[in-house]
Design a protein around this ligand. Sequence first.
Ligand SMILES: [Zn+2]
Length: 290
Amino acid sequence: MSTESYRFKVGTFECMAVSDGTHTYAPPTFPPPATFLFANAPKEHLEQTLREHNLQPEQWTEWISPYICLMVNTGKHQVLVDTGAGGLDPNTGKLLQNLQVGGIAPGDIDTVILTHGHPDHIGGNVVSEGKPAFPNARFVIWKEEWDFWISDLAELKVEEHLKELLLTTARKNLPPIQGQLDLVDHETEIVPGIRVVAAPGHTPGHMAVVIASDGEQLLCISDAVLHPIHVEQPEWYAAVDFAPQQVTITRRRLLNKAAAEKALVLAFHFPFPGLGHVIQKGEQLKWQPI
Ligand SMILES: [Zn+2]
């Protein structure tokens, strides 16, 4: 399977999971993966769970995460969900090239939905000259999210160097799209068949996207869940989760919905193409990749 793009259908909608590349999360920039992803997990339970997932706790020193954007052609609209990380590192910023290979030019896209304002989701908003990368698109983002990232981030409790990275990326990638901006403050249909739903916690105005056509459904959960282990242990939050308690509530709601409705799920940071189902196994939910 190609790790650059993956085509599939949701009803009559033509969809494509598109890689923007991968990023390696490791010290010194980030804490070791287990601490970074499962900040509050009890040590023994965590180590046992990691082993069940073929991860050796002492040897898991870096988390190589895919960045997976979504392209949906509804027949009438060309919708992109998230723009990747741009030039965050040499292994990211491949979205435009991979779209091109898939026959999609930046000017074809009429709607860009930004699930939240983290660097790996907005970093491809602009091209190097500071111009919007998608000149004909309206950019949809939750109002509270926009307001948060154009503030000085005083409420954000992360290490100074991370805050600096977040601020720099927001200042580079948000003001240039101001003229194309469509802020939403309630759950609503963006184009026929594509709805945004509130999924706060990872960031203040994080949202999920529901794509529905002809009786089929895709639930794009973005960063409500960062790692397949979060599906089993929704109360284990990540060091970058803004409001941990809210993350747990949001996760349970989205994952239970996905399981009950047997929806196909797309998770931005999961192994490519990030698609699978959430299934009930005994008391627990589990991730079943396609
Ligand atoms: Zn992310």
